[in-house]
Ligand binder design. Structure first.
Ligand SMILES: Cc1ncc(C[n+]2csc(CCOP(=O)(O)OP(=O)(O)O)c2C)c(N)n1
Ligand SMILES: [Mg+2]
Length: 323
């Protein structure tokens, strides 16, 4: 674990607050889903918040990111307004994409949030295109793409890695290895111990990091993004982490051994960060509890406002369509 108070402009306390915000957001989405207010399914990121928040702390505002259906945390970590995100998930006109995208498509190009993709692997070639565009225009942006361990068995992963390597494009490939692709454990589908090994086929740099320690994620991401921005070429970063809930809302995740679940719950990124904050005397126990309750109340208030937001006008259906 790294010393959390040194690198980066976003300090440990701020990162902890963002993770608490994301966790409460997901708990609220679960409640809204149970009330029948979320159409389709939804994929929560509980347990994986440190990857989103640590990388967001290392990115510049103009950098690009693409992510997946498990992408609420990535959008919130880079500053998406929780109320507009809830409204989107509820299909309301005030949603960040006017209610047309839903849970799997939280996008805001003004924040560099270039799309969450429901097709496994689909965000990677787009991220390479964004990185290539940045490279050709010389605007110094970096493109970061987040995807799961399962996505690394998809052709688009290999095509994207190959082209990024050939072009030396400023792309950071971030695999959130949570040990499962839907209901299958990684060893049933993937013949390598570390996903990072796959970079060698493309002579690409790679690294394995602890995806549940937000300070480590931020510090490693800050250094690796700086190198990529400086022209060192793409890199594959494997973040070891764990999905605390089932794949989607219909999955009770009974296929996981209970010792495994317990081991990873003990390594909950929010719990780890809270201990670091208390250890380093950044904040006292009472204040941390008060702050947590405040952030949670703000999230719940945002959801309540979104629940009363208007539905889109039926005429709006042909708007925002590229034709
Ligand atoms: C091309 C494609 N194949 C299959 C699916 C169905 N599917 C949705 S999520 C998923 C598992 C992906 O696992 P992983 O990449 O590890 O991401 P995680 O869900 O663990 O975050 C699958 C197979 C899909 N959406 N797209
Ligand atoms: Mg996975």
């Amino acid at each position: 674990m790294s010393d959390s108070t040194t690198a980066g402009t976003i300090d440990l306390l701020e990162m902890w607050k963002r993770m608490v915000l994301i966790r409460e957001f997901e708990a609220t989405v679960q409640r809204l889903y149970e009330k029948g207010l979320v159409h389709g399914s939804t994929h929560l990121c509980d347990g994986q918040e440190a990857v989103a928040v640590g990388f967001a702390a290392a990115l510049q505002a103009s950098d690009y990111s693409t992510y997946t259906y498990r992408g609420h945390g990535h959008a919130l970590a880079r500053g998406m307004d929780p109320e507009a995100a809830f409204a989107e998930i509820l299909g309301r006109a005030t949603g960040v994409n006017h209610g047309k995208g839903g849970s799997m498509h939280l996008t805001d190009s003004r924040l560099g949030l270039m799309g969450s993709f429901a097709i496994v692997g689909a965000g990677l070639p787009v991220a390479v295109g964004l990185g290539r565009a940045a490279q050709m225009s010389g605007d110094n942006r970096v493109s970061v793409t987040f995807f799961g361990d399962g996505a690394t068995n998809i052709g688009a992963f290999h095509e994207a890695m190959n082209l990024a390597a050939v072009w030396r494009a400023p792309v950071v490939f971030v695999c959130e290895n949570n040990l499962y692709g839907e209901y299958s454990r990684i060893d049933l589908t993937t013949p390598v111990d570390d996903i990072a090994e796959r970079a060698s086929s493309y002579r690409m740099r790679s690294i394995v990091i602890d995806g549940n320690d937000v300070a480590e994620v931020r510090d490693q991401a800050t250094a690796l993004i700086a190198e990529t921005r400086a022209g060192k070429g793409p890199i594959l970063v494997e973040c070891k982490t764990y999905r605390q809930r089932g794949h989607s809302r219909s999955d009770a995740a009974k296929y996981r051994p209970s010792e495994e679940v317990e081991r990873w719950l003990a390594r909950d990124p929010i719990v780890i960060t809270r201990a670091q904050l208390l250890d380093q005397a950044v904040i006292g126990a009472d204040e941390i509890d008060r702050t947590e309750a405040e952030v949670q109340a703000q999230v719940r208030a945002a959801a309540a406002r979104a629940e009363t937001a208007p539905w889109p006008n039926p005429e709006a259906i042909t708007g925002d369509v590229y034709a």
